[in-house]
Design a protein around this ligand. Structure first.
Ligand code: UN1
Length: 500
């Protein structure tokens, strides 16, 4: 009922969610929200064909016109911000402010893409030959597959979709099986814009509902030159290898194991605020979540005390209530993984504060937890595991160099931060000897990046860059063109090849 009402308010058709085999549960109470039909193999392969045909038309529409479609889509997102935010809360468990923040992130990237549609600049390069011009052109690439995770059930698609569309590509989205309704709603809103836009082909954007096999069809299709996938490192390792096998391009945004370094020269109030939001916000389920803190020994005890007093005070509860700061984990598996990790840590001799289940009586089928703070120093040197839950490891350091090398000593390389008011420390952290992550912040926490910068990370994080800066180049084909406007045919490198 709830879902029908939301779709009605979004002016979208009823998503027909009564008889299908894929069940979307609300993490708020663990009850089913919808039962959806899985896209059959036949349907999915047909979708790939449609996407190729749509690309054939869309690629020749001038880029600023393609931007106009994205502008209209962003306008609809603005109109429906509150309702889409609510759907995110219902299906993914984010608090209202974060749900609406995610919709804002979609609006922001669409606005960015609209501007970009007039700025898909190539270079003019000096040719070594007389009366020759050397140019770099950017051409549309082809159908783009977008595979997304449950934790950003709309925004990460929008990062990819908005750029791919202005770059002249068609798109096919395989959302997480845990958040299909968010995808159906976004697709519906984009489809309305497409329907009212004469030059947009009807199947320019499509959604396939399903699990791994559905994603596999996209990953292995020769018709799809780019697969953009967000999720776990193990998922990315498979996707990257399969796409590489057919010489396709993949754009991977995988796990993080993000750390904050707190210097003895930090503004501690700011550091505490950033760490608490980074570690406990979104119930620890962002790829940018703060998972480790390295605190200087001078301030270690004070920082620990402040975190220990703050964590238990955070309001855990129904994400739809205005005063809630931590909603539920996505499902039972996430809860079990968290508890298993805490058990391992206890047996290793770590002191674990918090981490217990909450509200089990009110919500027996949902999994709310108290964020956990783990005193790991001297017991484990580091934490190499990304548990997608609010577990924060606290370590002590004395030398900044040592803290940075411990921060870097994990397989992942997504986000990192230092809190310091000392310019030498800050700049060292950002230098070649500093953080090895794709994102490195000073007096800003690890999560909550703006769309304007390129987003992604190194090592097991997959190496991809999405969202702002020049990430659009991922979605285009680079063409180098040499133009001869002389009446001779000089060869490059002075090569002579006279045959008369
Ligand atoms: C993710 O968790 O996959 O920087 C994306 C952030 C958000 C995006 C997170 N803007 O936390």
């Amino acid at each position: 009922m709830q879902i029908e009402a939301i779709f009605k308010a979004l002016k979208l058709p009823d998503p027909q969610c009564k008889t299908g085999t894929l069940v979307s549960y609300s993490p708020i109470d663990g009850e089913p929200l919808a039962r959806l039909e899985v896209s059959s193999e036949k349907h999915s392969l047909a979708a790939i064909d449609y996407a190729s045909k749509a690309f054939g038309k869309w690629k020749s529409i001038p880029a600023p016109q393609r931007g106009e479609l994205v502008r209209r889509f962003a306008q609809s997102l603005r109109e429906h911000k509150a309702m889409l935010g609510k759907l995110i809360s219902l299906e993914c468990g984010k608090i209202r402010s974060e749900g609406e923040g995610e919709v804002q992130e979609m609006i922001d990237i669409c606005d960015f893409a609209v501007g970009l549609s007039r700025q898909l600049y190539g270079l003019t390069i000096a040719s070594e030959r007389p009366s020759h011009a050397l140019r770099e052109l950017w051409q549309p690439l082809g159908p783009v597959a977008i595979i997304t995770a449950f934790n950003f059930p709309m925004a990460v698609w929008a990062w990819n979709a908005s750029l791919a569309l202005v770059c002249g590509n068609s798109i096919i989205w395989k959302p997480s099986e845990k958040t299909p309704l968010c995808a159906i709603a976004c697709q519906g809103i984009l489809q309305s814009s497409i329907d009212q836009f004469d030059s947009a082909p009807p199947k320019l954007s499509q959604v396939l509902i399903g699990e791994q096999e559905t994603g596999g069809l996209l990953v292995n299709s020769e018709a799809i030159p780019l697969v953009s996938a967000t999720g776990s490192c193990s998922m990315g390792r498979k996707v990257g290898q399969q796409v590489a096998k057919r010489f396709g391009r993949s754009l991977l945004e995988l796990g993080g194991n993000n750390a904050v370094i707190v210097s003895n020269k930090a503004d501690l109030d700011m550091a505490v605020r950033a760490i608490v939001f980074g570690a406990a916000g979104t119930a620890g389920q962002r790829c940018t979540t703060t998972r480790r803190v390295f605190a200087h020994s001078d301030i270690f005890a004070e920082l620990k005390d402040r975190l220990l007093t703050t964590f238990p005070k955070l309001n855990v509860g129904n994400p739809l209530s205005a005063d809630t700061l931590l909603g539920p984990l996505i499902d039972q598996n996430a809860y079990v993984a968290m508890q298993q990790q805490l058990t391992v840590l206890r047996t290793q001799g770590c002191i674990v504060h918090g981490g217990e289940r909450r509200l089990a009586e009110a919500f027996p089928k949902a999994y709310y937890v108290q964020p956990a703070l783990v005193e790991a120093n001297g017991v484990i040197d580091n934490s190499f595991v990304e548990t997608f839950a609010p577990i924060l490891y606290l370590f002590e350091y004395t030398e900044l160099k040592e803290a940075i090398s411990r921060q870097n000593a994990v397989p992942q390389g997504l986000s990192s931060a230092i809190f310091t008011l000392d310019i030498r420390e800050a700049e060292y952290f950002l230098s070649a000897e500093g953080s090895d992550c794709g994102i490195a912040n000073v007096n800003v926490g690890t999560s909550g990046a703006e769309i304007g910068g390129a987003f992604g990370g190194e090592k097991d994080t997959g190496g991809g860059r999405e969202s702002g800066s020049d990430a659009w180049k991922n979605y285009m084909r680079r063409m180098t063109a040499t133009i001869n406007y002389s009446d001779a045919l000089p060869l490059a490198q002075g090569v002579s090849f006279d045959f008369n």
